[in-house]
Each structure stands twice: as C-alpha cells, then as structure tokens.
Design a protein around this ligand. Structure first.
Ligand code: GLA
Length: 381
C-alpha cells in the first residue's frame, strides 16, 4: 500500500495506515435498534485507510476499490452536503469529528477495502471507522464515542438510520471471540467461541432494492409496536405481555421476532459457554425462521442457502445475517466439513440461481487499530 500511495500522491512521507474490520453477526438480528442484544464478530476482512499530510490545505480521498478521487479544501468540509456516493461516508465522519471539536487536518487518504460491498458484512461501518481513525491519528478519544459518531454519520449524512452494532463491533472486536453487546447500556463482553467449530459466510450475491426502504419500515413498525405495548422499546416487552396485547398484523409478528430473538442471543451465549454446539445450530435455524416468517426480511436466495446448508454433512445450523433481502448467510459447521460444504453449496446455488456464491471464512479479529507492518495489508482486489 506504501508503493500505491506514493504513486497516487507523489509522496508517502508521514504515511500511517489504519484498519477497521467488517463483521458477521452470529445472532441477534434487527434487535440493535430495539435496544436489545446482538452477538457479532469482527472479521479479518477489513478496510484500510492510509493518511499523510497533504501540505496544500486540501483533503483528498482516493478509493482503490472505485478508482475514484474526491477532494475538497479542508476548511470547507464542515459545509459540504451529501453527494450520494461513497465519499459521503468519509465526509459524514469528518463532520462528526468537527462537531465534537476535533479539527480536520489537510490529508491525502487512500482507501483499500477487503470487505465486499452489499454482502451484509458491514463494508460501510469498516469504511467509516477506518476513516475516523485515520483522521484522528494520535488523538485519543473514547472508543464508544468513536462508534457513535460513525453510526450518527451513517444515519444523518448518508441517510441510513442503522443501529449501533456494526460500528460498535468494528471498534471493539476481539480476536477469537464474539462480542455480546447490550444495545441499551452499550456495554459488551467478549464471548469465546467453543473449539471444534468454524463459521463460514456464504454470499448470495443478491442485493434487493427493497433493503433500505424495508429497513426503515421495520424500524417504524417496531416503534409503533412498542408504543402500543406501552414500553420504551421492544427490549422491554415480555413474551407474556405480547401474547395478551393482541397487536394487529404485522406488528404482532414484528414484535414477536424481536422478543424471541433477544432471548435467542442469551441462549446462544449460554450454549457457547457450555460448548453445546448442536443447540447453537438449532438457535441459528430458529432465528432464520423468525426473520423469514415474522420479520419478513429474508428472500428466496437466503432461504435456499439456509435450507441447503441444513441438509449438508457437518453443518449444525445456518441463518441469514445482517439486514436481509440479500447478502450473506452464516453457517456453523465442523472444520473438517468445510471443504465439502463449500463445494456442495456452491454447485447447488449455481444450479438454482445461475450465480456462484462467494464463501468467506469468518475468523474473529480485533477491532480498529493502526497497522505498523505494512506488509500485512492485503493486495487490492
Ligand atoms: C444492518 C444495520 C445494523 C442492524 C442489522 C440488522 O446491518 O446496519 O445496525 O440493524 O442491519 O440486525
């Protein structure tokens, strides 16, 4: 990346590189904005941002993935309006820092992301957090505030009112562990994953146009369900209260998903600790059924991948992960079954949808950090 940076900007003097990971959510889907529980892992697939002083008062951002350059006078960053493209993530985060009283220095930035876009693996959170770290350099900030600034940038400047999960785990991820986040208290604990299992993400390569509008619709439905139940958020709704309330359809089903999914996170964490892998697998399948039938955020491609996976040897369970309407499934399986699984799920999916799915192994990695060994940065592409 050093070489690429020098070629792009003419000099790499003072170059520093920061990485922030994508994530795969193991369980706790659409619970974060209901102030419930989630259990994501940060991935070793990450976004890398190199930064060095530009020396001419300007901020430049080169995206290696898009092969596009954007630039602005640093002094004008605070006044910029959203432009509707990838640079909104960078400008949105910069504006959050300015709002927090942190001046933005003129910099040349280079972005190289290994997190696939549109796969439900949080390429946007990885971009936001890595840019924020690159713009902050040595300035010490509260990591929780960092995650909140990035989330806020996505909600207000980019216009996607997401929950806190993706940015949070991109900051706080831990090698070898999943992160159980309480999205109300914003506290977390690392949950060590039992030995003898691997997680694979299978990318359906589908991204349905419905995703953003449906996400906003679900957040509205949940707010309405909470109001009708007389609770501050669905986090506070109990299964008993839900049953006696007889909410109209679809609000009742939406709320039931959130209430049962929160319970599944707690059960999954317990199963992890006890090493009860079959139970972890069953909870995956129950979560998927609830997202498909009650929350209605799955799609034919994801359902097919989950059903196919469930019938393959060595697979304990599978479910859609992320916002839904495309993107990835996450699969829990025996390590020695991984190769056969990859081959068989690929050919089944190709046979049905005519598309080859991409498969990623989900090794839990650390959250955002500065990279000192530039050699460790993956090549572009
Ligand atoms: C997207 C959002 C997250 C979360 C998930 C669903 O990834 O960015 O905040 O709501 O969907 O669990």
């Amino acid at each position: 990346m050093l070489q690429a940076f020098r070629e792009r900007f003419g000099s790499a003097a003072g170059l520093r590189i920061f990485r922030a990971p994508g994530r795969v959510n193991l369980i706790g889907e659409h619970t974060d904005y209901n102030l419930g529980f989630v259990l994501p892992v940060a991935l070793d697939l990450a976004c890398y941002v190199g930064a060095s002083p530009s020396g001419d008062g300007r901020i430049r951002v080169w995206s290696e993935n898009r092969r596009e350059l954007r630039e602005w006078p640093a002094a004008e960053i605070a006044q910029l309006r959203p432009s509707g493209d990838w640079s909104d993530y960078v400008v949105g985060v910069a504006q959050e820092l300015i709002r927090a009283g942190i001046p933005i220095q003129p910099r040349n930035l280079m972005v190289r992301s290994a997190v696939p876009e549109g796969a439900g693996l949080s390429s946007s959170a990885a971009l936001e957090v890595s840019c924020a770290r690159a713009l902050l350099e040595d300035r010490a900030v509260d990591p929780l505030e960092l995650a909140q600034w990035c989330r806020h940038a996505e909600g207000t400047f980019v216009g996607m009112p997401c929950g806190i999960m993706d940015q949070y785990v991109s900051v706080f991820g831990r090698e070898g562990a999943a992160i159980r986040i309480d999205c109300r208290s914003l506290e977390h604990e690392a949950v060590t994953l039992p030995p003898g299992v691997v997680f694979l993400a299978v990318n359906s390569m589908a991204k349905h146009a419905l995703a953003n509008s449906a996400y906003k619709e679900r957040t509205r439905e949940c707010a309405e369900a909470a109001e009708r139940l007389g609770v501050a958020s669905l986090r506070d709704a109990s299964a008993e209260r839900l049953e006696t309330a007889h909410l109209p359809d679809p609000l009742g089903r939406r709320a039931r998903h959130v209430v049962t999914e929160n319970a599944r996170v707690e059960q999954f964490v317990a199963a992890c600790r006890e090493g009860d892998v079959p139970r972890m697998g069953r909870l995956f399948l129950e979560s998927h059924a609830s997202l498909r039938d009650d929350y209605e955020v799955s799609c034919a491609e994801l359902d097919f991948l989950v059903e196919t996976a469930a019938g393959l040897p060595g697979v304990h369970g599978a479910r859609m992960t992320g916002g839904g309407f495309g993107g990835c499934t996450v699969n829990l399986l025996r390590p020695d079954a991984a190769d056969e699984f990859a081959g068989r799920i690929s050919s089944a999916y190709q046979g049905r949808f005519g598309v080859i799915p991409r498969i990623y192994s989900c090794r839990p990695a650390n959250g955002a950090e500065e990279i000192t060994n530039f050699e460790s940065i993956p090549a572009p592409g």
